[in-house]
Design a protein around this ligand. Sequence first.
Ligand code: ADP
Ligand code: MG
Length: 379
Amino acid sequence: MPENDNVKVAIRVRPLSNKEKAECLGKQCIQVDLSMSSISIDTKSSIKTFTYDFIGDQDITQEELFEVIGQPIASSCLAGYNGTIFAYGQTGSGKTHTILGPSSLNLLSANINDYNLRGLLPRALEFIFNSVKKEIKRCSGVEFLLKCSFLEIYNEQINDLLLPEQRGLQIREDIKKGVYIEGLQIETVLSFEETYELLNTGIKNRHVGATSMNKESSRSHSVFTLAIESKEKKDDLWNFRSSLFHVIDLAGSERQKSTEARGERLKEASMINKSLSTLGNVINSLVDISEGKNRHVHYRDSKLTFLLKDSLGGNSKTCIIANISAASTCFGETLSTLRFAERAKLVKNQAVINEDTVGTIKELREEVKNLKIQLNNAK
Ligand code: ADP
Ligand code: MG
């Protein structure tokens, strides 16, 4: 994909299910042109063609998708940039498959065929831990500290997936720490296996929560974050780097039928709409800004956009994977996802390496001495 500051947008078309194959009798609502990175859709009034940074058709493997999208962002995070990957799309479009892989998959006991179906997040974690090992071998003066957290946003409430009794956590923002969640469990991790176990614990907690509340996990947004810190001594100076790698499996983007919903379900429908509609509003404001218009971006209107402020229009390398189905029965939602994805690619980010260079005590003493001399001379 070309190197620029815009949010990258990839489309992934999921293979038709057997049910869809039977229902559509081979008729699909989109036409993919891989050489042009474009997708055409017949909107009844006209044929609309959209182009994106990357399109994965029904044949793309998990490995290929990781190489195109996961690996470049994971590498950037190791170099000190923040990175974010969102999976967007209607329920059943393949978001969780793309991020995690098949739901029953346990990598630590899987056979090789199942193992190859692992999604982008386990692949990225494996890649990051392997790269860290290589870097430590290559350069003896470098040290790394990796930490992870895992949360869900459900009904505009932040729940800790690593410590499930922690519910309704608050987002805070300060100049030093940026945006963070007060009290969120943050685990230091030393290996891929340890991180993968935590990821699985979080996924189980998400399902238990979903069942006990009679909801589906497709109604909540899940955010997995790996914080990478490193320090390296170069020519008597310490170079500190820190970055955040967020991977988000969004709630299903389909319009909620609020007329059918009552009570808790109605509240839930409007809250999910709130996070996703705020995401849409934030993207629209950022697109206006990229066109030179003066706009205020209402990040704080939803938990999702407040927490991921840097990922949209800020200091991050961000990719949105919009998942779609080609089934003609999914026409409306597929068109709506293609439109959302088209706007998102106009958002401009400004990613920088988050680093700080500090001299040794000897050097700092030297600097203090020089400043004192300057001060005396100025008197
Ligand atoms: P979502 O998370 O968007 O609701 P899922 O990832 O759960 O959707 O996918 C719905 C179903 O389609 C699952 O049974 C999943 O295994 C299957 N599926 C999705 N994407 C693919 C794919 N690329 N290849 C094979 N099966 C897929
Ligand atoms: Mg899902």
